[in-house]
Design a protein. Sequence first.
Length: 123
Amino acid sequence: MVDGKEGHPWERDITTTDKCFSIDGHKGGTVYVKRGEDYYFDVKQNYKSVEGHETNKEKNHLYFTSDHSGGKTLIGGHSKPLPGSPDPISHGRVKLHIGRDCPDVFYYQSAEHKFMGGTIVVR
């Protein structure tokens, strides 16, 4: 889910937007997973509504990466998605399989803005 960045652990590093990803209500929360398991992420964008009209329609594509900062994969930047991970998604459900080749620590991030996500730790 995309929320306001206040209270995110990397809040000061999120400089190009006022949004961040949250997991089960925890902004930038750490996710613990097990190797060999599948996990599902429901990606929802929160928009403010003014008299029935949505505002702040900035799309943020969730993706998985070994780069702790993330950002700019969809528009020609340097951060790359984790090999074998699903394509970046801005809305809907995405399945992530924690395979044998998955690193012990990686990140869920926004493809458009740096530091919006958090850490995933494989146990």
